[in-house]
Design a protein around this ligand. Structure first.
Ligand code: ZN
Length: 379
């Protein structure tokens, strides 16, 4: 790994530029921070012997080689037929903890180790919590996860099995976040929704798709979207590849949301550049039931820039999509199944054509939510 200058955080609210060599998760002004554009990497710099996301380590804003890895990344890209059309499914569900979060967590945790963080905590509806609990365990860091009382049991069990302390919080998802915020003096808030290094990790999804397609760019990428870390990661990754002259065009990015709780779809429909308030309802897609995304404006900008869009999936379409995916050999949680439902919609209305290269990102494994799946499918 090459030595490089310390990466910089940039604050979109007050314009501060802060070296990324200290344990912070937001700006002193209260805003989230973003990492300044990275150097990227050319195809000759891929560490080909490493069958994990660390094959792209030269593109990552870390100071040294990773100290903790569970083999995350380099997930399968599987071609299957959907509604008569050939589609590539990206199985992020096959990460060490069963969800895409490990991409962001592994890179964030290694950064936190570099800047001397000890104890960590986080709030999560489940997948990020199990991911951070698992990587904290691997790194030997004490960890506490705040979860909603209603979080899927499988995910809570996973957090506890990793040795993390589980704090169940009654009330709304926002109440869970507030409980985590109240603990910032006790330990480091390793928030996957706030910390810029989480997106530094998810950007490796762009590199992986590009390499797995034979150094080519797909036409469309569909991603279940709650806070938008995969959309931002893909945007950042393709930005870097374009900056290095490795690609000359960009894929259309489609954020998939549950219509019952769709912050980006609401803003998109209003033609807004930033957050528009809405009334959230219940959804089986618990992993993307986000009421107040941290980087709304950045996500909307990335979607517009890509000439993609937002798809809001009605609740009634989630179970049929989950069943159809299962029968293709793709057992996923309800949140991930929304991407299948969205693909059906985009094919039906002609937004996506049969001869295009389309990626459907399956973000979480079905084994995480068997209770909910049994209920949905009447098993
Ligand atoms: Zn600021």
């Amino acid at each position: 790994m090459k030595t490089r200058m310390t990466a910089l955080y940039h604050c979109p609210a007050c314009g501060a530029a802060i070296p990324a060599d200290r344990p912070i998760w937001r700006c002193a002004c209260g805003s989230h921070l973003n990492l300044a554009p990275g150097r990227g990497l050319g195809r000759g710099e891929i560490a080909e012997s490493d069958a994990s996301l660390w094959r792209y380590r030269d593109a990552l804003a870390l100071g040294s080689r990773p100290r903790v890895s569970l083999g995350e990344g380099w997930t399968p890209l599987v071609e299957r037929r959907w509604a008569g059309v050939s589609v590539h499914f990206k199985l992020e569900s096959q990460m060490p903890t069963g969800s895409f979060k490990d991409r962001g967590t592994a890179v964030m945790l290694n950064h936190l180790l570099e800047v001397g963080v000890g104890r960590v905590h986080e709030d999560s509806s489940g997948n990020a919590g199990s991911s951070i609990a698992t990587y904290a365990a691997a790194a030997g860091l004490p960890c506490r996860i705040y979860v909603p009382e209603t979080a899927p049991r499988g995910k809570i069990v996973q957090i506890a099995a990793a040795g993390a302390e589980v704090r169940m919080i009654p009330g709304t998802r926002q109440a869970v976040t507030e409980a985590a915020l109240a603990a910032v003096d006790e330990s480091f808030y390793a928030s996957h929704n706030w910390h810029p290094f989480f997106i530094e990790g998810t950007k490796t999804l762009a590199y992986e798709l590009w390499e797995q397609l034979g150094f080519a760019v797909p036409d469309n990428i569909l991603v279940p979207t709650g806070y938008g870390s995969n959309i931002l990661g893909l945007d950042r990754g393709f930005d870097e590849l374009e900056g290095r002259g490795e690609i000359t065009r960009r894929p259309r990015l489609f954020a998939v949301q549950a219509a019952n709780c769709a912050a980006f779809a609401t803003a998109w429909a209003a033609g807004a550049a930033d957050y528009v308030s809405f009334t959230p309802g219940a959804t089986a897609a618990d992993g993307i039931a986000t009421v107040r995304p941290v980087r709304t404006a950045e996500v909307l900008r990335a979607l517009r820039r890509s000439a993609g869009g937002v798809v809001a999936v009605p609740e009634a379409e989630i179970a049929p999509a989950l069943r159809a995916l299962g029968r293709l050999g793709l057992f996923v949680e309800p949140t991930a199944a929304t991407a299948g439902a969205a693909l059906s919609r985009l094919l039906r209305d002609g937004t996506i054509q049969a001869d295009e290269t389309t990626i459907v990102v399956l973000t979480g494994h079905g084994l995480k939510a068997t209770d909910k799946i049994a209920e949905l499918l009447g098993i």
